[in-house]
Design a protein around this ligand. Structure first.
Ligand code: 5GP
Ligand code: ZN
Length: 112
């Protein structure tokens, strides 16, 4: 498996762990765009959100629950943003489904 995030999830490429369980792994983004910038990935490989289906709804829900759990742990009570860039127009650069958890500053709308 040549996927960067699969290798990060299995520990063969180092990362700064934030949270882990049997279904997902969360780690600090290498190039943070906000004071808190954490990536949450499923251990199972999906190329993108577009690679998921109704069968994956429990896992997708777990990823969102995990984002909220980490946000609480990081004291982001003022608010935060969860982003899933998907495909070329979505700005996705790593082809393994991931949620960005961004916090610690105000985030504007619309995004770029
Ligand atoms: P995307 O643009 O696909 O939505 O997000 C990919 C994210 O992965 C980017 O924010 C980028 O900084 C991050 N990233 C890329 N390579 C690495 C890496 O090797 N380690 C870590 N921790 N983050 C990475
Ligand atoms: Zn992968």
């Amino acid at each position: 498996m040549s996927c960067l995030f699969c290798k990060i999830a299995d520990g063969s490429i180092p990362s700064t762990a934030v949270y882990k369980d049997e279904l997902c792994y969360a780690f600090s983004d290498l190039h943070p765009q906000s004071p808190v910038h954490i990536l949450i990935i499923p251990r199972e490989h999906f190329a993108s959100l577009d690679d998921t289906s109704a069968e994956d709804r429990d896992l997708l829900g777990h990823l969102l629950n995990t984002a909220a759990l980490i946000a609480r742990d990081k004291s982001l009570g003022k608010g935060y943003r969860v982003v899933i860039n998907t495909g070329e127009d979505g700005g996705q650069t790593v082809d393994h489904l991931h949620l960005h958890l961004l916090g610690g500053r105000a985030h504007h709308w619309p995004p770029g």
